[in-house]
Design a protein around this ligand. Structure first.
Ligand SMILES: [Fe+2]
Ligand SMILES: [Fe+2]
Length: 291
């Protein structure tokens, strides 16, 4: 296992704010009713350069060893312990002055997602999943680089699909030249199941590990794979999925539009919604969670 690398400020925070990644995903996968103005790759702006730099770092540094190192570091859950609602408020301290275009804070994005799920009459655990799904972004508050918190996730330990955004940046990833990791299956096997696959490290896997004993299986799939766009949008890793994954992925597909396209006409009012979500948290989760 490699020793921890030190990154410069520029390498840690290439984006003005982590929402820039999601804004960019929205350009890549616009709402079906909206036509993309131009082809995604041709869209030019200063934000686009920033996002490109973000992916360059993500694809360069997210190696099999890096993921093992982060799992070892964060799955001890020895950073903090607090009630879920407090963890959400902690997440909400992640505000970024340098991005004046960001109209919703983290908590509002989560409430908006959850409220859209609730309005469509889905089960309460699905609503709770909408509310929780980005809680893992607290990783940023522990000083983690943006590209190790957000960004499209992908399997490590096997060949990188060219369906992953900006695949050319994987040429700078040492795993691309490591015979253990650069074949179609790498350290995995045909239909081995995603439970055996290490994903690039970020807020999805982290929150999955925090909630895995408490939420229904479809909720856990939504949480764990919601940024795995090369699979849920592009089907690039069907060869690693087992029957259980195939049965569960429709839930990830069902969740994704709520994450990307929930836009309520007025921002959710946290104080009005808090009692409902506190009850929901109490129904499914322990009094405190360890981060
Ligand atoms: Fe997310
Ligand atoms: Fe989200």
């Amino acid at each position: 296992m490699q020793t921890q690398q030190a990154f410069t400020q520029q390498e840690t925070n290439p984006l003005a704010s982590i929402e820039q990644w999601e804004d960019d995903v929205l350009l890549r996968y616009p709402e079906p009713t909206h036509k993309a103005k131009e082809a995604y790759r041709n869209y030019d702006s200063p934000e686009r350069d920033t996002v490109r730099e973000f992916y360059r770092l993500n694809h360069r540094y997210q190696t099999f060893d890096f993921v093992q190192e982060k799992e070892g570091e964060f799955l001890k859950f020895d950073k903090k312990e607090m009630p879920v609602w407090n963890a959400m408020e902690f997440l909400n301290t992640l505000v970024d002055d340098s991005d004046p275009d960001t109209d919703l804070d983290q908590l509002q994005h989560l409430l908006q997602t959850a409220e859209a799920i609730r309005a469509d009459g889905h089960p309460d655990w699905f609503v709770l999943t909408g509310f929780l799904h980005d809680m893992g972004k607290v990783l940023c508050l522990f000083g983690e680089p943006q590209w190790a918190v957000v960004g499209d996730t992908f399997p490590v330990g096997c060949a990188h699909s060219d369906k992953i955004v900006y695949p050319e940046y994987f040429r700078a990833n040492p795993d691309s030249y490591d015979e253990r990791y650069n074949t179609k299956y790498g350290v995995y096997s045909h239909h081995c199941g995603l439970k055996n696959v290490h994903m690039s490290w970020g807020h999805d896997e982290y929150l999955y590990q925090i909630t895995k004993n408490y939420l229904p299986e479809p909720a856990l799939y939504m949480i764990r794979y919601h940024s795995f766009y090369s699979q849920h949008r592009e089907k690039a890793y069907d060869h690693l999925l087992d029957d259980h994954d195939r049965a569960m992925f429709p839930w990830v597909d069902k969740f994704n539009p709520y994450d990307l396209y929930s836009k309520s006409p007025k921002p959710p009012v946290v104080s009005e919604l808090k009692p409902y979500y506190e009850d929901l948290i109490a129904k499914y989760l322990p009094a405190t969670v360890r981060l």
